[in-house]
Design a protein around this ligand. Structure first.
Ligand code: PEP
Ligand code: MN
Length: 339
């Protein structure tokens, strides 16, 4: 961080400012140019209150030279993080993670049937919402606790780890006991109380990008979880709001290489919520793998026309199978594999 000083500042005031900066626990180095004096802050600047420095009447401008996220930063850890989501499934290693399943758990027959099919066709984990963040309070809200029980049955029948969304801090203990990956949905990406509490456990967290979040805000949300001690964060790009209305959201393909450069955390893509249309899941999935995503989370339903949630963007198991076979070819081009 660099603090650019106004020309009117006196030596005594510079000393006072340096003392204030040092009180944040960082060192301050003064550099006097011909017309401009700047103070360089060295050390852990995460605890420095930038706004209070900016409010000082002798400060012209405060500039960041490093990203504000630290533990999530690739400068902090150079090698890619690999997250274990079960005793034989990882995210971030050379094998891509293929998470598939319905938007919502609807019945035992539905979730177990889909789980068996997607497993046979190449899925490495099962998704299914039990607690659903619906835009309308009148829409199906999920089977809630019963949904979690049905997911556990599907896991027992197939061995697939289960990924499901948490909506409330009050459910954390239950999710720690019952699920393999806790999903934080786009709408909760900046629910800081939830993020902080998820930082105190060691379960993998699938952190979806907020509907209108910048990459930096998304990585700062990962930082909330990691700063509490939970480094098991998997990022998920699921499309953002833009001026375009043809698709449900706009898949930010460039976010994948950007995140890979900025962070060591794995990043997967949700083409279903990005597109909002089943036919577009295929091309967006291919694009995601081609640009370096560590995997996909795809909505798959046995009967999309009668799905209780997001049927319009759900593909059928047989379509998932055809897609996975095509993705194997793309994966090999980017030095990845689908097991
Ligand atoms: C979901 O995965 O079912 C979901 C609601 O996703 P998002 O939070 O990305 O909208
Ligand atoms: Mn959905």
């Amino acid at each position: 961080m660099i603090v650019i000083l106004k020309k009117s500042i006196t030596p005594d005031e510079i000393d006072a400012l340096v003392n204030r900066i040092r009180a944040f626990g960082v060192d301050a180095q003064i550099s006097e140019g011909t017309g401009q004096t700047v103070i360089g802050l060295i050390g852990d600047t995460t605890k420095v209150d930038r706004c209070s420095l900016q409010a000082n009447k002798y400060v012209e401008r405060v500039m960041l030279v490093q990203e504000p996220f630290k533990r999530a930063n690739r400068r902090f850890k150079e090698e890619n993080s690999v997250i274990n989501i079960s005793n034989k499934t990882t995210v971030g290693a050379s094998a891509l993670t293929m998470i598939a399943g319905p938007c919502s758990v609807e019945s035992e027959e539905q979730i177990v049937g889909i789980a068996k099919e997607v497993k046979r066709l190449g899925a490495t984990a099962l998704r299914g919402g039990a607690f659903k963040p619906r835009t309308s309070p009148y829409s199906f809200q999920g089977l809630e606790l019963e949904g979690l029980e049905l997911l556990k049955i599907a896991r027992a029948e197939t061995g697939l780890p289960i990924v499901t969304e948490i909506m409330s801090t009050s459910m954390i203990d239950k999710f720690v006991d019952d699920v393999d990956v806790i999903q934080v949905g786009a709408r909760n990406m900046q629910n800081f109380d939830l993020l902080k509490q998820l930082g105190t456990i060691d379960k993998p967290i699938l952190l979806k990008r907020g509907l209108a979040a910048t990459i930096e805000e998304w990585l700062m949300s990962a930082e909330y979880i990691m700063s509490g001690g939970n480094d098991n964060v998997i990022l998920c790009e699921r499309g953002i709001r833009t001026i375009e209305t043809f698709t449900r959201n706009t898949l930010d393909v460039s976010a994948i290489p950007a995140v890979k450069k900025l962070s060591h955390l794995p990043v997967i893509v949700d083409p279903s919520h990005a597109a909002g249309m089943a036919w577009m899941v295929d091309p967006l999935s291919k694009a995601a793998i081609a640009v370096g995503a560590d995997g996909l989370i795809i909505e798959v339903h046995n009967d999309p026309a009668n799905a209780l949630c997001d049927g319009q963007q759900s593909i059928k198991p047989e379509e998932f199978g055809i897609l996975v076979d095509k993705l194997r070819v793309i994966a090999s081009v980017v030095d990845r594999e689908i097991k």
